[in-house]
Design a protein around this ligand. Structure first.
Ligand code: ZN
Length: 306
């Protein structure tokens, strides 16, 4: 069974008029998942992440600052494109909390898989820096919970957002119990993710040139990234599911189709079924063309339903 974690508070983080990471993104995803085909989804309101869960990957002073700095009105700017609005702290707590709750649900076998339809996204946030629209690193908080609280020894994170998940990489670069595999356009924001960045042998980066397209994208996963996931034999597979590699996305030029996400999700499900008793927790990252985002999220979640 597939669980859908989300929370209305995730619509209340608003980085300002004209900002690509808008509440309308999550509205588009939720509308796409409201169709008949998705009626079997088990819909859960995500809880808040605990301070303890956040502090497994973020500096305590950083967590305190994120939770205390949201303005009563207007915006607080954190970096060139990352802002806090009045609803940001609550949204960020629910976004990270969704992944933690989803990890518990699949490990307790109360669900086999989960998709977290949340924002703000997370994979650019480092231990002590908000960046790239991200406040808390949701997927990293979930992975650290699985290691520390649930005693797992091998957790894999597959990141197919078109941008490199620099925050996730930084947080786990010295952690051999986590395998991080990423395909991303390069050169592109944030500039990291070269093939030579391998951590302690636990990072696998596949930088792809603009106009890579479906065929070459699938080939890179088939020949390079999926074999590394299989070789690692994860006990749990987490997914940073950004849909900004779609051809209509305004922020990148990788030129994928919605069907590529269905294809890759099915391959990732194979990894989880082979090694992890089918346990997958996926969380929304980027995707900035509303129509493409809705179609790609539907393709991804449809494939996760199996
Ligand atoms: Zn992205």
């Amino acid at each position: 069974m597939l669980r859908l974690y989300t929370h209305p508070a995730c619509l209340e983080h608003d980085p300002g008029r004209g900002h690509p990471e808008s509440p309308a993104r999550l509205q588009a995803v939720l509308a796409a998942l409201d169709r008949d085909r998705f009626a079997p989804l088990d819909r859960i309101e995500s809880p808040r992440a605990s301070r303890e869960a956040l502090e497994r990957v973020h500096a305590p002073a950083y967590v305190a600052r994120m939770l205390a700095s949201a303005p009563a009105t207007g915006l607080v700017q954190l970096d060139e494109d990352t802002y806090l609005s009045p609803g940001s702290a609550e949204a960020a707590l629910r976004a990270a909390g969704a992944v933690v709750a989803a990890v518990d649900a699949v490990l307790d076998a109360s669900a086999s898989r989960a998709f977290c339809a949340v924002r703000p996204p997370g994979h650019h946030a480092t231990a002590d820096q908000a960046m790239g629209f991200c406040l808390f690193n949701n997927v990293a908080v979930g992975a650290a919970h699985a290691l520390a609280e649930r005693g797992l020894e091998r957790v894999a994170i597959a990141d197919f957002d078109v941008h490199h998940g620099n925050g996730t990489q930084d947080i786990f670069a010295q952690e051999p119990r986590v395998l991080f595999v990423s395909s991303h356009q390069w050169p592109l924001y944030p500039g990291s993710g070269a093939a030579g960045e391998t951590g302690v042998g636990n990072l696998v980066n596949a930088p792809l040139p603009p106009d890579t397209g479906s065929r070459a994208f699938r080939q890179v996963w088939e020949e390079m990234l999926l074999p590394r996931l299989h070789a690692f034999a994860p006990q749990l597979l987490l997914v940073s599911a950004g849909f900004d590699a779609h051809r209509d996305d305004p922020l990148a030029q990788l030129q994928l189709e919605a069907d590529d996400y269905a294809w890759l999700t099915a391959r990732l499900l194979d990894v989880a079924r082979t090694h992890a008793a089918g346990r997958v927790v996926s969380t929304l990252e980027g995707g900035y063309d509303l129509g493409a985002l809705a179609a790609c999220a539907a393709a991804h979640v449809g494939a996760l339903m199996g």
